[in-house]
Design a protein around this ligand. Sequence first.
Ligand SMILES: Nc1ncnc2c1ncn2[C@@H]1O[C@H](COP(=O)(O)OP(=O)(O)O)[C@@H](O)[C@H]1O
Ligand SMILES: [Mg+2]
Length: 293
Amino acid sequence: MAKKKKKKKVSPVKNQVAEHVEQVPLEHEPSVADDAISEQEKIAEEEAEDLLATNIVRAKDVHKIFKMGDEEVHALKGVDFKVNRGEYVALMGPSGSGKSTLFNMIGGLDKPNAGRVFIDEVDIAALSTFELAWLRCHKIGYIFQTFNLIPVATALDNVMLPMLFADVQQSEAQDKAVELLRKVGLGERVFHKPVQMSGGQQQRVAVARALANDPAIVLADEPTGNLDSVTGRQIIELLREINKTEGVTVISATHDYKMLTVCDRIAWLTDGAIERYASRDELEIKEGSTDGE
Ligand SMILES: Nc1ncnc2c1ncn2[C@@H]1O[C@H](COP(=O)(O)OP(=O)(O)O)[C@@H](O)[C@H]1O
Ligand SMILES: [Mg+2]
């Protein structure tokens, strides 16, 4: 299937590439020094553009501490994490390593205690409540281990919901939901409720729902955790297909080595920090070992 060119969204989120572009007020006559400054500015702007062209997600020295009574849990201990536009990255880590906590930071659902998270090189800490809500609704699609569908709603209604939140017309939302459900292989199940579907089918509905507002990024948090291995494999293959055909960046958290077969790159999160990265090809060289490392 030919790769669809993604529509560029008109975002209320201004492009705040401030970290890389210094503002220099020109209150005096230009001089040789000014030329040097403008040259520096140009370089900084070019660097910022390069970053924007490559990085869709960038976490920088992110810390998260949960307080539980007198106890503190240091869930993220200075995470540096980068994802390129259009990549499929598997975030590997054992239970408790901080995968969901990192996803919550990237998805703007929670705030770090220290460090910064950039989406499209915009520091999300600098966004207003409205801008952050827009980002969560339009830029990011979420998939969870437990599907998180509304139990009393049909597959169609579940997929329509994020579009209705985004003020899409009812009839347009319905047509698109049907199209998305067809895309995930559930064209015959649009009026089924979650309880009338298998786990794999429910997760397909969740995939369709995640795509409802044409997100740039899909965050899938252990999407296969509640599925048998064959069904789980079908879900990650579906995510890979969407990644390839729609150009959507996919970040999938897992602790299951079998799920690494379709990604471009693997990031290992150990005890709240990214320990290392590997490309899929590097992993293949080492195939045959018991745990895929
Ligand atoms: N809301 C919370 N309150 C207290 N501790 C938390 C909370 N969320 C996560 N943690 C702790 O942070 C650490 C990382 O958790 P989590 O991000 O859920 O890991 P993973 O998704 O890799 O299993 C764990 O020690 C967990 O107990
Ligand atoms: Mg988790």
